[in-house]
Design a protein around this ligand. Structure first.
Ligand code: SAH
Length: 259
């Protein structure tokens, strides 16, 4: 058994810092136009906007410091089209192309917090996690800050590549992006302390529960008998699988095969 170890969080609450004090602008010379105050739009003050988002998440009941730090640190606006960047810190899902969406921050926070509640994660910190549905890579970046290793699968090549481009500048050595059908899981990385799906199916793919470690937890949107999607939590215990159905959610459909 591994010694308990905390994943490497940044020591600072990056996203929770007040915005850096503005550098006083040099006096404009007559006839010389100063550049606009925020040449990269959102970039310069995104930490403050993110800190407000984190405050709202905390007020809405997210109480894991690790989760709040992770959402405070990951620049969500860099994962969406620049035309949508000004909406990146609102609690809304946004299109990422190919009819797919990046989940709402509150749903990402809720699901990641649930993963951290796995028995094994409470004992040893969150070890290996399998994410199904990389999409633009945002949630993978959040997971990278709370888990030791992240294996993230995407079935659409164009999104897999987009996520790679989005994540490259972050240099997250513990994130592994895989092009493949997540319904089959990724046996090479198993067993997982956590499995998290960003697409909703009708039934639990058998590979997921097979690849879950004892003490591990799966969090996934799943359609119930009434056809409505709800968050499903499955804990693997020494005595078998324990399922809990939580609140209703709206996720894109889980599909098989790659495209
Ligand atoms: N976590 C993502 C959300 C992406 S939306 C983010 O932060 O952006 C869900 C994604 O699941 C879509 O990109 C969709 O293509 C993908 N998906 C659906 N079924 C899948 C499957 N069987 N295997 C892998 N990815 C799948």
């Amino acid at each position: 058994m591994q010694a308990p170890r905390r994943p490497g969080f940044p020591a600072r609450l990056d996203g929770l810092q007040p915005p850096r004090a503005a550098v006083p602008a040099p006096a404009a010379k007559p006839g010389v136009l100063r550049p606009a105050a925020a040449p990269r739009g959102m970039g310069l003050d995104s930490a403050a906007v993110r800190a407000r988002m984190v405050q709202r998440l905390a007020a809405a009941g997210i109480d894991s410091t690790a989760v709040l730090q992770a959402l405070g640190a990951v620049e969500r606006h860099r994962f969406v089209d620049s035309a949508l960047a000004n909406q990146a810190y609102e609690d809304t899902s946004l299109p990422i192309g190919l009819a797919q969406t990046i989940s709402k921050p509150s749903v990402v926070a809720r699901m990641v917090q649930l993963l951290l509640g796995a028995d094994i994660a409470r004992e040893q910190g969150l070890g290996r996690v399998l994410e199904i549905g990389t999409g633009c890579g945002y949630q993978a970046a959040v997971l990278a800050r709370v888990a030791r290793e992240v294996y993230s699968m995407e079935r659409l090549r164009a999104l897999h590549e987009k996520a790679r481009d989005n994540l490259r500048p972050l240099r997250l050595a513990n994130v592994h992006l895989l092009l493949g059908d997540g319904m089959l899981g990724y046996p090479a990385g198993a067993p997982y302390a956590g499995i998290i799906a960003a697409a909703g199916g009708e039934a639990l793919p058998p590979a997921w529960s097979e690849q879950l470690a004892v003490g591990g937890r799966l969090v996934a949107p799943m359609a119930g008998a009434d056809g409505r999607q709800a968050l499903l939590v499955v804990d693997r215990t020494l005595h078998g699988l324990k399922q809990t159905v939580l609140e209703g959610v709206h996720f894109v459909p889980l599909k098989s095969g790659i495209a």
